[in-house]
Ligand binder design. Structure first.
Ligand code: IMP
Length: 465
């Protein structure tokens, strides 16, 4: 390997998405030259809070607010032209400078009108985000149907724009060729054409060696996973998964870089877990009642406004009913979908599951976000923090877990820069969780602002013996 060559670190969510990855990426980006996406598309909803306000990202890598970084959307991603063009406009309006920074693999598949239509018809049962993600990945693998190519890659648009849009219309017509369907497809294609015209001047469409060339010349890369390892299309629990590979090993396939450049894998989790959409979630407050309520709320468009008008979170927090506690925690920690506004299902931190995920994916270090939110448990009836902890084999066999209760603590002081200034119960909590996962906690989130991430240098948190 060239002595001047760079390296790539991979950062992934360890739970069910929405762990606050963008906040960590935004903080770490200063030490990298390229921040890159390797999976997913506009289904991701990353919120970054910057000195100029908070911004919502879906397809653009979270390094966007660091002017020196290049951004790359790898071939493992699927691209919505309309949403990407809108996102770039929104970012420009916040003052972010994008000139010459965003590069997209020519091999990315493009979300087509038929994919949106299919997702709208069938996605609700598993609670998809409605961005056409599943059908697009499926069509990439399908290749050909009814005499038409099922996939359009960015390079097809570059080579023959009119032909690529015409192919999308023909492919949609193989599924539904009523006059109404033709008109609907035509109008989606018209907005895609307009979006592509807006994108062309600001996005570099690059070949498969772009990333490797940069790393060979010394670039330091941070791969930013979308969704989470628990939602991996094969590693997660079908059918309640997204349609791409979210596992960190995939970063080198979907991010177009030889694996020899891998340096370390970084995980992100949050101290009160959440999940959107359907699927197993064993620590959920209020179990099936909560998942049914959230699914119904998503269908009926109930979000934070309606919950705020209907419920008093402080009263619910004191309730004996854990479903109520879950609603209160959602409201007080603002757990609603970034894109959809859907109420997220809330659950206790599952350290047993985290330990397995960390081991399975070879995570080297991890961040625990939203530790400040744990202080809310001091307002519950028993004033304890419930956490599902792994048990050693002697205690209950492999993969056994048991609910533990840590003492709660009051609100944290502002702007803590040293772990020793945190309440002792929180210090003990962090140390116990680090020990149980056998993996170093590199930082803890103490609030939404950039500077509210407390970086823990090696050895600061002693393992809980
Ligand atoms: P899709 O990715 O839109 O097909 O949705 C499939 C499943 O993944 C649904 O349960 C979604 O709620 C979930 N999902 C997709 N993107 C995200 C994300 O960024 N955060 C959390 N969950 C997500």
């Amino acid at each position: 390997m060239n002595a001047r060559a760079g390296y790539a670190d991979v950062l992934v969510g360890l739970q069910y998405g929405d762990e606050g990855k963008a906040k960590i990426v935004d903080r770490l980006a200063a030490d990298y030259d390229i921040v890159a996406r390797f999976n997913g598309g506009a289904n991701a909803g990353h919120t970054v809070s910057t000195p100029t306000g908070s911004a919502r990202l879906a397809q653009v890598p979270s390094g966007v607010f660091h002017a020196h970084t290049l951004m790359y959307i790898g071939s493992g991603c699927v691209v919505s032209l309309v949403k990407l063009a809108d996102e770039l406009d929104a970012l420009r309006s916040t003052g972010a400078s994008l000139d010459g920074r965003l590069h997209v693999s020519e091999q990315c598949a493009v979300i087509q009108p038929w994919h949106l239509d299919f997702d709208a018809r069938h996605g609700a049962q598993i609670g998809t985000t409605g961005n056409g993600i599943g059908p697009c990945y499926a069509d990439l693998s399908l290749r050909w149907q009814g005499g038409v190519r099922t996939v359009v890659q960015l390079r097809d648009l570059v080579a023959d724009e009119a032909g690529a849009f015409e192919q999308m219309a023909r492919y949609a017509a193989t599924h539904d060729d009523t006059p109404a369907a033709r008109a609907a497809t035509g109008s989606v294609i018209a907005s895609m054409r307009a979006a592509w015209a807006r994108l062309k001047p600001s996005v570099g469409v690059v070949d498969a060696r772009w990333m490797t060339r940069h790393v060979q010349r010394g670039a330091r890369v941070l791969f930013e996973g979308a969704q989470s390892v628990m939602l991996d299309v094969t590693g997660g629990q079908q059918p309640y998964v997204t349609s791409s590979h979210t596992a960190p090993a995939f970063a080198f396939v979907g991010g177009d870089l030889p694996v020899r450049y891998h340096r370390k894998t970084i995980g992100v989790a949050k101290a009160i877990a959440s999940r959107v959409g359907a699927g197993p979630f064993r620590t959920e407050f209020g179990a099936q009642r909560s998942s049914r309520y959230c699914a119904d709320a998503a269908l009926r468009g109930i979000g934070w406004r309606e919950e705020r008008d209907r419920f008093d979170p402080q009263a619910l927090l004191r309730s004996e009913d854990e479903f109520d506690v879950g609603v209160a925690l959602r409201m007080l920690t603002n757990e609603y979908g970034t894109g959809s506004g859907r109420p997220r299902r809330l659950g206790r931190l599952d350290v047993a599951e985290l330990a397995e995920v960390i081991e399975r994916h070879g995570v080297n270090e991890w961040y625990l976000n939203k530790c400040d939110c744990l202080s809310l448990f001091s307002g519950t009836r028993d004033a304890e923090i419930p956490v599902l902890m792994p048990q050693s084999e002697g205690e209950g066999g492999a993969h056994a877990a048991a609910m533990y209760h840590f003492p709660a603590f009051d609100e944290l002081p502002d702007d803590v820069t040293d772990i020793a200034r945190l309440p002792l119960p929180l210090q003990a909590f962090v140390s116990a969780v680090q020990t149980a996962t056998a993996c170093r906690i590199a930082g803890i989130g103490l609030g939404p602002r950039r500077e509210q991430l407390l970086i823990l240098s090696e050895g600061t948190v002693n393992d809980d013996a």
